[in-house]
Each structure stands twice: as structure tokens, then as C-alpha cells.
Design a protein around this ligand. Structure first.
Ligand code: SF4
Length: 419
């Protein structure tokens, strides 16, 4: 193997992969019971970060950055003048094994531009995963990007070897996709998600009948949205996320603030700040939908479809719905307690248990992990809330924000520098 050439390819194809943020390995659980190499666990992978703060915990590469498509937002698009490279299946397998043995990585995140055809590309991605699992008995984490338009057979095979599969929607709205990637079609991109979801169900059923039936993509499927490349609203994004969680049983939706790297009149100009705070707020809204019982329309009303950048979406919801507060901490149902700003799901569970035995105080809540500087405006202890007495609907938001401002406020507009 020509290692100098391989190093060159690695530099190109690792760099091209860095804008894909959907590389979390959480959810993988593959034990080493075939006397193979390594294993991966649910809590597992150590993460490291590139200079711009993005996660590169896995060997995160493209198979190739050649592409027959010309999506405006993508550095691999065919019209972009950039160095190109393509690995062979053997090279990716060898790199993964070499890095894994040296403990540099705990798994592989493999995406690709589309060369020749979706099937031609997908077949190579599947071969990498298959060879790692069957020839090298590799038990580390494997995340494969699926290629929209690839055949169902290849999608089915991919899930037998990968822990997670994902298809990136990239642009959340149909109109945005038509503007920036007119060769693509939203519905075509949903088709692989449906195939994967159906296969997960089929294999789950067969494992009920046959204990040794194989698992199919055990860490589930995910997708990614680019945020800020087009004029979509936050409400459109979180509605779509909600739809995908419900319709396709997705494990994660990732949000990636658009990094202006390319000159194109359809895109934000180079130098436009990356919308990092917006990205963070979308993750918080996503969390509310997945773990706190919020619907997308509760988080954002249709007449105000952007997330408040000054406060997190739960606090923003509570400020808009002052009529629901203060909440009686001693008697309110769990689903309301968990909506109190400053109280998370774990603390809410502790409250529901502890209040059976005692009358709770702010000190109790603090010990249970509540952020009382925030929660104290929204709860009633012994039936009262003295903090609310002097607050009106008009000064409520202003006062709460002033009193609960995060210490990170001044850093919010920039990306952290790690090097
Ligand atoms: S198909 Fe994928 S790799 Fe190709 S230009 Fe579009 S986003 Fe980039």
C-alpha cells in the first residue's frame, strides 16, 4: 500500500467530512463475543473536536469527494474546484483497523460523495462495513451514511453491518432544496428512511422468534439539517424533526449551522457568522420534544416562528405562558413539573418521589439538582410564590432574563477556539 498517497487522500477526505455533525456514537452496544477486535458500548466513544468545534470522535471520512451532484452548499459539489480523492474499500478497512489498534479511534463514520451512481457508491460503503465485521471481526462502532437512490437490497444489507445508518436531509424545506439542490427531491430522500425503519421492525420481530437472528442497525437511524443556508424558520425545522421522530422512529436529528465556505448568490456570503446560538437553541427545542413532552407548535407559535436567542426554549415557553405558573410543587403532575424552567427530568422524578414524604423547600430542590435561581419564579412552595408578587405580564420577561442570565452570554456569538 502506498502510504504517502493514502495520507494525501486522508487529508482531503477527512477535511471534506468535517461539516457533517451527525457523528455521535451514542446508542451503539456491540459486545466482543466472537474473539474479535474491540467492542463499543452505549456510553462509549471519547470525542475530540476540530478547530471549529465539531465532533470528530470517530474516524470520520468520506469514501470519495467526487460527486455527480451539484448541491450549492456542499464543498464536494461537482462544480467546486477542489482537490479530489477516492479511497478503495481495502484502504478504508485498513485505516480503520490500524487506527483502532492504536487506540486513536473507537469506530468509523463513513460518508461519501456520489460517484457513478447511488448503487455504485452504496455498494462500496456496504463492502467496507461487511469486510470489517466478517473478515476482521471488528466490533467497534460503524456509522454509515446511506445514499439516496440506492436500492433497497443495499440498504437492507447495510443495516446488518452498521450500528447506525443515516440519510442527511440537509435542507429542511422543499423550496430550499429546490433552490440549492435542484437535482434532488425531498421525497426521494425520505425513501431510505422508510426502508430502514421497516427493516428495523422486521428484524425486531424475527428476534422475538429466533434469539440468534441478526440485529439490524441496532443504534437506529438519524438525519441532519443544515441551518441557515436557506430562509427556513425554526418552526419549519422542528416540525419536520417532530415528523421524522414520529414517522420514521429516528434516534437523532442533528442541526448544523451553515458555515459559509462557497461563493454562490443563492447562499449567505462568505464571512456571514455561523448561526451557532440558533443551532444550540434547536438542539434544546429538540430535547424538549424528545424528553419533555412538548409538541413543536407549543415550542413556537406560528405567528412567531423563530426561537428566542436570548433564552432557552423552555424558559421562553414559560414566559409566554405565565398563566400556568406558579406550579404547586407539592401537588402538580410530573408532566407540569418537568416544564418548570430550571427543573430537568431527573430532578422532576426526584421531586415526585420526595414530596410523598416531606413538604419541599427551595433547599430540597437545590439538593435535587434544580437550578433554583430560575425555578423560583415559577413554583409555589406552601401554595405561594413571593417572587412573583411585583411582576406584571409586561415586566416578567425582562426581569426573569436579567435575573437568570447565563455566564456564557458574552461568548455566544462566536465559535470557541480550541487550538
Ligand atoms: S450529493 Fe451529497 S456529496 Fe454530492 S454535492 Fe450533494 S451534498 Fe455534496
Amino acid at each position: 500500500m502506498n502510504y504517502d498517497r493514502l495520507k494525501d487522500k486522508l487529508a482531503i477526505l477527512a477535511d471534506a467530512a468535517k461539516y457533517d455533525v451527525s457523528c455521535s456514537s451514542s446508542g451503539g452496544n456491540r459486545k466482543n463475543h466472537n474473539k474479535g477486535l474491540g467492542d463499543s458500548s452505549v456510553s462509549g466513544i471519547c470525542h475530540s473536536y476540530t478547530e471549529d468545534g465539531r465532533c470528530v470522535s470517530l474516524l470520520k471520512i468520506l469514501f470519495t469527494n467526487h460527486c455527480i451532484y451539484d448541491c450549492a452548499y456542499c464543498t464536494s459539489r461537482r462544480s467546486h474546484d477542489t482537490p479530489r480523492a477516492a479511497f478503495t474499500v481495502e484502504e478504508v478497512v485498513d485505516l480503520t483497523m490500524q487506527f483502532y489498534r492504536r487506540n486513536y479511534i473507537e469506530g468509523l463514520f463513513l460518508s461519501s460523495g456520489i460517484f457513478k451512481s447511488p448503487d455504485y457508491t452504496m455498494e462500496r460503503l456496504v463492502r467496507v462495513a461487511k469486510e470489517l465485521r466478517t473478515i476482521h471481526k471488528f466490533n467497534g462502532y460503524i456509522h454509515l451514511k446511506t445514499i439516496p437512490g440506492a436500492s433497497d437490497e443495499l440498504m437492507q444489507e447495510a443495516g446488518l453491518y452498521a450500528d447506525r445508518l443515516s440519510v442527511n436531509m440537509e435542507i429542511p424545506t422543499k423550496s430550499g432544496l429546490a433552490l440549492l439542490a435542484p437535482e434532488k427531491n425531498h421525497d426521494d430522500m425520505k425513501a431510505p428512511m422508510k426502508t430502514v425503519q421497516e427493516q428495523i421492525v422486521v428484524f425486531k420481530e424475527s428476534r422475538k422468534q429466533h434469539k440468534h437472528a441478526p440485529k439490524y442497525t441496532p443504534a437506529g437511524q438519524s438525519t441532519q439539517f443544515i441551518v441557515g443556508a436557506t430562509k427556513e424558520t425554526d418552526l419549519q425545522i422542528i416540525r419536520l424533526s417532530s415528523h421524522f421522530y414520529k414517522q420514521y422512529d429516528l434516534k437523532r436529528v442533528y442541526y448544523s449551522g451553515y458555515v459559509p465556505m462557497l461563493t454562490d448568490s443563492r447562499l449567505p456570503a462568505i464571512g456571514t457568522p455561523v448561526p451557532m446560538v440558533r443551532e444550540n437553541r434547536l438542539y434544546q427545542a429538540d430535547w424538549l420534544m424528545r424528553f419533555y413532552g412538548f409538541e413543536a407548535e407549543e415550542i413556537l407559535p406560528s405567528d412567531s416562528p423563530f426561537l428566542d436567542l436570548d433564552c432557552d426554549p423552555k424558559l421562553a415557553w414559560a414566559i409566554r405562558h405565565r398563566q400556568h405558573f406558579p406550579v404547586n410543587i407539592q401537588t402538580a403532575p410530573y408532566k407540569m413539573i418537568v416544564r418548570i424552567p430550571g427543573i430537568g427530568t431527573r430532578t422532576a422524578k426526584k421531586i415526585v418521589t420526595a414530596r410523598k414524604f416531606t413538604t419541599l423547600t427551595l433547599d430540597h430542590l437545590k439538593q435535587m439538582g434544580a437550578a433554583v435561581n430560575r425555578a423560583k419564579y415559577f413554583i409555589a412552595l406552601r401554595g405561594r410564590n413571593e417572587h412573583l408578587v411585583h411582576l406584571t405580564q409586561d415586566n416578567f420577561r425582562q426581569y426573569i432574563l436579567a435575573q437568570t442570565q447565563t455566564k456564557f452570554k458574552d461568548e455566544r456569538h462566536g465559535q470557541l477556539t480550541l487550538f
